[in-house]
Ligand binder design. Structure first.
Ligand code: SER
Length: 589
């Protein structure tokens, strides 16, 4: 069965039982600042589960786009994806357990012809607050699930809320006991690494959980739980997994939701060198597919929030593609990305997920990120083992998963704790520093202004190299359109000399030097050779920015992390300001 047939069958089944189809919400939750991504079908439904009236009534069905950051590390196996579709049906205070379980059973065994003897279910075993769910177990039994296929588990497995177990839930959040459904692949042998005995929730791959009926009936309060004003059903089933079940293939990557994308990724990367590329292909397909969906929903690569996850996905996929090709230079071509993005569009051709965008729009974002990362990628790779994972992250934009994988391949040991410590210290320093930021002639903190700020440091050092060490900064003014830099020099600077200064700056940009900072005493800064401007402004501690080994300057920042981001530097004007002080205006393009 194809994915579009299955999606349609599911929707039709519930429509014929009185449900209305609702469109998928965006991957970026609207009006919900508590979470970065839509990671379950119920997320956009929370107000209605709590009692608001839904305009389409009390029976709803959909296929919701979801993105789960916590599964990034699992994607290499046969059943985890970062992006997936969750088939959902809801009763908002309408039908309850009996109808839900009966319909689900009917859908699976009649409509989809799944053999009953390979189905297993789990039920909540109860705790001191909420009783054991005997009712659900007896409904399953009456439907035909053998008693030895019904397993009871505690809150870790059979309680569902967006935040996890009952004690992890914030006050006001809805949750409830649930009943999961599993399919057994008898040919997948149990792996004793996961425990002596295999059971539905064992992680060895023999059982695949593909659906979950949540009996959403409780609300967390200050004192414990109270019943919600209505009894709800929240069913969610992974389309990718249900497809694996229907087609009796335990590997979700073998379905049409992936095969075209993985094949295109492998062939355009020229992966013919006989290496085992399956897991790499899966990661590339998963990550680039997720990236396409995130971009379509308005996310852009960034160093924070949703954009950071997008950046991590794209960069990890880029490193894998480069590795898979066995080449270093011509892998990251437009054609590769065009083919993969097109394959993602074709895979979802029967849906309206991309109705508001085009391959070209998505590709433009992907290629921009490729250009940004491409500049530092090879340089970063050549530094592996020589500099710390944190420096690779900070200076060359290497996501930690990327560094981790390269370390593994090379048999190096990565100290994650030390990385996290450095990252935290860096974030704290940035916060402290940001209190005094933007005092140095910057008008705002836009990306372009930050670039101009870094370009000013390069210009300053280039002037000192060409005109002599007596050149000193006398002031600067930066907007998002240009930089203005005043410096001490007794006469006009000739065009040929200016050209030389410009060439030095552009040469350094080409070298893709990283920008780093450290905090130290003014004396230490001087001993490093740092240029200290306007000395009276400095306190006990100064922040010193180093651009490769080219420039050292005390400054509050902010700066780009690698000067390859600056593009091309051009001096547009040189003039006198006052006796002994000259002014240069320059642009980046
Ligand atoms: N909310 C439940 C889940 O995500 C069922 O939809 O598993």
């Amino acid at each position: 069965m194809t994915s579009s047939e299955l999606r349609q069958k599911y929707l039709d089944f519930f429509v014929s039982r009185g449900h209305k189809i609702i469109p998928s919400a965006s991957l970026v939750p609207e009006n919900d600042p508590t979470t970065l991504f839509t990671s379950a079908g119920m997320q956009p439904m929370i107000p209605y589960l709590l009692g608001d009236n839904h305009p389409l009534g009390t029976r709803l069905v959909d296929s919701q786009k979801c993105f789960r950051t916590q599964d990034i590390d699992e994607v290499g196996d046969s059943r985890h994806n970062t992006f997936f579709e969750m088939l959902g049906n809801w009763s908002l205070g309408d039908y309850f357990k009996k109808e839900q379980l009966t319909w689900l059973y009917e859908l699976l065994t009649n409509e989809l012809q799944i053999p009953v003897d390979r189905l297993y279910v789990s039920v909540f075993e109860g705790n001191d607050l909420i009783p054991k769910d005997e009712e659900t177990a007896s409904i399953w039994k009456s439907l035909g699930i053998p008693e030895n296929h019904i397993y009871f588990y505690g809150v870790e497995k059979n309680w569902w809320s967006r935040s996890g177990t009952p004690d992890q839930m914030p006050v006001g959040e809805p949750g409830g006991p649930d009943s999961e459904i599993f399919f057994e692949f008898p040919n997948v042998p149990h792996n004793p690494k996961y425990g002596e005995h295999c059971h539905p929730n064992c992680d060895c791959g023999r059982f695949l959980e593909f659906g979950n009926s949540v009996f959403m009936t409780y609300k967390k309060t200050e004192r414990g739980f109270e019943p919600l004003i209505q009894r709800n059903i929240d069913f969610g089933g992974g389309l990718e997994r249900l497809l694996a079940v229907v087609n009796d293939n335990p590997d979700v990557f073998q379905s049409d939701l992936f095969t075209n994308i993985t094949a295109v990724a492998a062939s355009t990367c020229g992966a013919s060198n006989g290496r085992d590329i399956k897991s790499d292909c899966q990661i590339i397909a998963d990550h680039l597919k997720a990236a396409v969906f995130l971009i379509a929903d308005g996310v852009r690569p960034d160093n924070k929030l949703q954009g950071y996850f997008l950046r991590r996905l794209m960069r990890r996929a880029m490193v894998k593609m480069q590795k898979m090709s066995g080449k270093t230079s011509d892998i990251l071509t437009d054609n590769v990305y065009n083919s993969v993005v097109t394959a993602v569009f074709e895979t979802y051709g029967s849906t309206d997920y991309f109705k508001n965008t085009t391959v070209e729009n998505i590709l433009a974002v992907v290629l921009e990120e490729r250009d940004r990362f491409g500049k530092t990628l090879n340089l970063g790779l050549s530094k592996i083992g020589q500099i710390s994972p944190f420096d690779l992250y900070q200076s060359y934009g290497f996501p930690i998963e990327v560094t981790e994988e390269i370390y593994q391949e090379k048999g190096l040991v990565l100290d994650k704790e030390s990385f996290n410590k450095d990252l935290k210290a860096h974030q704290e320093q940035s916060r402290t520093a940001s209190a005094g930021m933007f005092k140095s002639g910057l008008v705002d903190e836009s990306v372009q202004v930050v670039k101009y700020h870094t370009a000013t440091h390069l210009l300053h050092e280039a002037l000192r190299q060409v005109l002599g060490k007596d050149v000193n900064q006398k002031g600067s003014n930066i907007t998002s359109e240009r930089l203005r830099f005043d410096f001490s020099y007794p006469q006009k600077v000739e065009a040929l000399v200016l050209q030389k200064v410009e060439d030095i700056v552009n040469q350094k940009i080409k070298e893709a030097l990283p920008v780093k900072f450290s905090v130290m005493s003014p004396d230490e800064a001087r001993s490093l050779g740092a240029t200290l401007l306007f000395e009276t402004k400095y306190g006990d501690q100064v922040k010193v920015y180093q651009i490769g080994d080219f420039s050292v300057e005390a400054c509050t920042g902010p700066h780009v992390t690698n000067i390859s981001e600056l593009g091309h530097f051009k001096i547009v004007k040189e003039e006198a300001v006052s006796a002994g002080v000259r002014r240069i205006k320059a642009v980046l393009d």
